[in-house]
Write a protein that binds this ligand. Structure first.
Ligand code: SAM
Length: 331
């Protein structure tokens, strides 16, 4: 076992000054263009592989991202062919490991895919996980499942027409870390207690043995301010009329088709970072991660290939946090 690693700025190569310089754009060796900035963050336009070499070692506290998925059905935002997908991702992964602070986390949201033309699934998420752990040196801190009950049944051929598969409503989320003890605190993401738990608190609890033989002692009758969440995150992505979407439509910009539900980014940013930490999304899309980080007082960096998605993402931010140069981007 390695020792728990404290999350001090000194752990990071170059310490706080290097991060501050990076956030100000000094010493930035990158082909990516600074597209806009806010009080706490910077959004870059370009291939993240161009930005990554300029990011200092051990400087990032959380990488939270959802890359283009390995669906064979081509989507507009640049899916790699599944066979090449894992190989393509490994180049990013080596940089991610290098730039992560010793107590940092890398949270990767991945959608599933059927093999084109067959009612059987690709196992790319699992192949990728094995390589991230075995080759890149990440630890699997915990796996999560991101359940979207509002997802439509697909592919129609297997689910609606032949009725031989059920609805696929879950993304896997690999929570990876650089050490065995990444910074994390589940007290920051407690859920409201269920009604039955609240009535237990009110009416008292009789300690007894569970069928499994576990002794459920009095400690479960203590109100700790909320329930510890499960690794199944139920978050419907039903929002079709947010101000981000309205403003994109008004400006003639495409609304990003594969956005995180804000609750997803909110959960991991709160769970795995503290105020002042630095969060990075290398496949930022509409920059849900940046918005959540800004709202929660974390510094952030976003990188996105599509100028159109970046332009639209500016609408997510309160104009008061946008730096002056940004305004020209959406004028
Ligand atoms: C699944 S989307 C991310 C959506 C995002 N989580 C959100 O909430 O809007 C993946 C994004 O990665 C971008 N992308 C693909 N390859 C990239 C690369 N090499 N560098 C930077 N961005 C890339 C795509 O343009 C796409 O917007």
């Amino acid at each position: 076992m390695t020792r728990p690693t404290p999350n001090k700025a000194e752990d990071r190569q170059g310490g706080l000054p290097a991060i501050t310089a990076f956030m100000r754009g000094k010493h930035l060796r990158t082909k990516s263009e600074l597209f806009y900035s806010t009080t706490l963050g910077r959004a870059f336009w370009g291939d993240s592989l161009d930005l990554l070499p300029g990011i200092p070692d051990k400087s990032i506290d959380l990488i939270l991202t959802s890359p283009p998925f390995a669906l064979k059905r081509k989507k507009e935002y640049g899916n790699e062919d599944e066979d090449k997908y894992v190989e393509w991702f490994m180049e990013f992964a080596r940089h991610f490991h290098r730039i992560l602070s010793p107590s940092g986390s890398f949270v990767l949201d991945l959608g599933g895919a059927y093999l084109p033309g067959f009612p059987v699934r690709s196992i790319y998420q699992f192949e990728l996980l094995v390589r991230l752990v075995r080759e890149t040196g990440f630890y699997l801190a915990q796996e999560f499942y991101h359940y979207n009950p509002a997802r439509l049944p697909a592919p129609a051929e297997w689910v609606n027409v032949r009725r031989i598969r059920v609805k696929d409503s879950v993304n896997v989320v690999w929570w990876l870390s650089k050490s065995q003890n990444p910074k994390a605190d589940n007290r920051k993401v407690l859920k409201p207690y269920s009604d039955s738990m609240l009535s237990l608190f009110k009416n008292g609890y009789k300690a007894k043995l569970r069928p499994s033989g576990h002794d459920i002692s009095d400690k479960f009758s203590k109100n700790n301010g909320g329930a510890i969440p499960a690794n199944l995150l139920e978050l419907a992505n039903t929002d079709s009329n947010s101000s981000y979407q309205k403003m994109c439509r008004k400006a003639g910009l495409k609304v990003h088709p594969a956005r995180f539900p804000p609750g997803f980014a909110d959960f991991f940013v709160k769970f795995l970072t503290s105020e002042g930490d630095l969060v990075f999304d290398p496949f930022a899309g509409s920059n849900t991660t940046g918005l959540v980080a800004e709202t929660l007082g974390r510094n952030w960096i976003a990188s996105e290939l599509s100028e159109e998605y970046l332009k639209g993402s500016i609408f997510r931010f309160d104009p008061r946090v946008l730096q002056p140069a940004t305004v020209g981007r959406i004028a």
